[in-house]
Each structure stands twice: as structure tokens, then as C-alpha cells.
Design a protein around this ligand. Structure first.
Ligand SMILES: Nc1ncnc2c1ncn2[C@@H]1O[C@H](COP(=O)(O)OP(=O)(O)OP(=O)(O)O)[C@@H](O)[C@H]1O
Ligand SMILES: [Mg+2]
Length: 235
């Protein structure tokens, strides 16, 4: 059941004292050590910080790929902390889009089929999915590559396919973990430009990045250290 815990329209995400503890043998790793923050609708936020500071852990929690050990996570009015696994998957499928450093495309499938994949899980018919894939490929500048396979594309093109796939379900929120991490500087900038355009069109974007130049394109920069938010900079 969905718990309407927060109806503030402008606030997409609220974390309240969120902890994530990994048990490694007899050692505990406090990957998140009590994070409380909010992300507003329509924002473009870069999560920064040293390796091991908890950036990916935080993004995975935000994306409902993982659960907090303790604390509350309110996503667009829903208290996600109380949802079972099926409800979490459903929420991911309908409301979130993901972009990963290593693209995570399916090598056996064409560009078109990769983009259509979430629509398949959403039960779309093949005609509507194909139309949507064509429209999205066009949006990311890959209309000419629909029948190619990922191995026939450049890194930047692969990331564009991944972005088109992330957009297939028309999510309000896009989450990206080092989306330019495997790209050269110029290509990385183009991908960032595409994310900035999507943000201007209304998508809320939360992106992990090591690179200060990349983070400068975001409008909010959140700095993490030792599983905590150290500072938040707003433009
Ligand atoms: N599945 C896991 N099991 C155990 N420990 C983990 C796991 N995932 C992450 N950690 C630990 O949690 C801490 C935070 O990891 P996280 O991956 O969030 O860091 P990060 O800021 O994304 O780092 P990087 O910049 O290297 O990607 C680290 O100490 C890491 O070793
Ligand atoms: Mg990481």
C-alpha cells in the first residue's frame, strides 16, 4: 500500500536520517551515516565527493535499487521505506529512469530493442513501442542507428541509447551514476548538454560525478564525505 506521507508538490524527494550499513564479515561499513536532505522537482543536482564517500549508495537508494538500513525515504509523496519488493520494482518501472557509467545496454539487442525494453515490461504493444523508440532515438540524435547493435556504436552513442531507454517510461526523475565516466571530455560534455536539455524540459536530474567541470553544469552541488552530506552549493 502506498502511504501518502508528503503532498508538497515541489518536493520530489525527502531523505530523513537515512543510514545504510553493509555487513562485511564481522565488520560494519557505514556507507550512509544519517543523511537528511531534500531534492526539488525540476532540479539538476550533482552528487560529488571522494571515492567511498557513499555517492553510489545514495543514488541506488534514491533509485529504489536498494533499501536503507534505517531512516525514511519519501518519493513524490510515497513513503518508499514501507514498500515491499514488488511495489518498489513497480515504482522504478513507472517513475524512475537510470543512466549508468558503463551504459548497461543488452549487446544482443538492437538500439531500438534496447530502448523498447522498459515498454515491454510495461506491457506496451509492439507498434506503440516501436513508435516511441523511434521518437526517443530521434530526440537523442540516433535516428540513423536504430538497427545497430551496441558494439557497433561509440561510447557517446551508447550512452545516448541508455538515455533514450531511461526516458522510455517518461519518468519525472532521472538518476545518473558517473554518466560521463567512460567518455572522453568532448563526448562527456555532449552527454551533459543532453542532460541539461532534458532538465530544461522538466526532468528532475540527480547525477553522481567526480569531475568538477561536469558538476558545474548542475544547478545544485551536494558534497559527500564519510557517508554524510558535507555541504550543498546552489547556483
Ligand atoms: N555492496 C557492498 N557491500 C559492502 N560494502 C559496500 C558495498 N557497496 C559499497 N560499500 C562500501 O560503502 C562505502 C560507500 O561506497 P559507495 O560505492 O557508495 O562510494 P562512492 O562514493 O560511490 O565511491 P566511488 O567514487 O569510488 O564510486 C564504501 O566504503 C564501500 O566500500
Ligand atoms: Mg560510486
Amino acid at each position: 500500500m502506498i502511504n501518502q506521507a508528503d503532498k508538497n508538490e515541489d518536493l520530489v524527494i525527502r531523505l530523513e536520517d537515512v543510514h545504510k550499513i553493509y555487513q562485511m564479515g564481522d565488520q560494519q561499513v557505514n556507507a550512509l551515516a544519517g543523511v537528511s536532505t531534500t531534492f526539488s522537482a525540476g532540479g539538476f543536482c550533482a552528487i560529488m565527493g571522494p571515492s567511498g564517500s557513499g555517492k553510489s549508495t545514495m543514488l541506488n537508494l534514491l533509485g529504489c535499487l536498494d533499501r536503507a538500513t534505517r531512516g525514511r525515504y519519501i518519493l513524490e509523496g510515497t513513503d518508499v521505506s514501507t514498500l515491499d519488493d514488488d511495489a518498489l520494482s513497480e515504482l522504478r518501472l513507472r517513475h524512475l529512469g537510470f543512466i549508468f557509467q558503463s551504459f548497461n545496454l543488452i549487446p544482443q539487442l538492437t538500439v531500438q530493442r534496447n530502448i523498447e525494453l522498459p515498454l515491454y515490461y510495461l506491457g506496451w504493444d509492439s507498434e506503440s513501442s516501436a513508435e516511441r523508440a523511434v521518437e526517443l532515438a530521434d530526440k537523442v540524435g540516433l535516428a540513423e542507428r536504430l538497427n545497430h547493435r551496441p558494439t557497433e556504436l561509440s561510447g557517446g552513442q551508447m550512452q545516448r541509447v541508455a538515455i533514450a531507454r531511461a526516458l522510455a517510461n517518461d519518468p519525472r526523475i532521472l538518476l545518473a551514476d558517473e554518466p560521463t565516466g567512460n567518455l572522453d571530455t568532448a563526448t562527456g560534455e555532449q552527454i551533459l548538454q543532453l542532460l541539461a536539455e532534458l532538465n530544461e524540459q522538466g526532468k528532475t536530474i540527480i547525477m553522481v560525478t567526480h569531475e568538477p567541470d561536469i558538476a558545474m553544469l548542475a544547478r545544485t552541488r551536494l558534497h559527500m564525505r564519510d557517508g554524510l552530506i558535507e555541504t550543498i552549493e546552489e547556483d
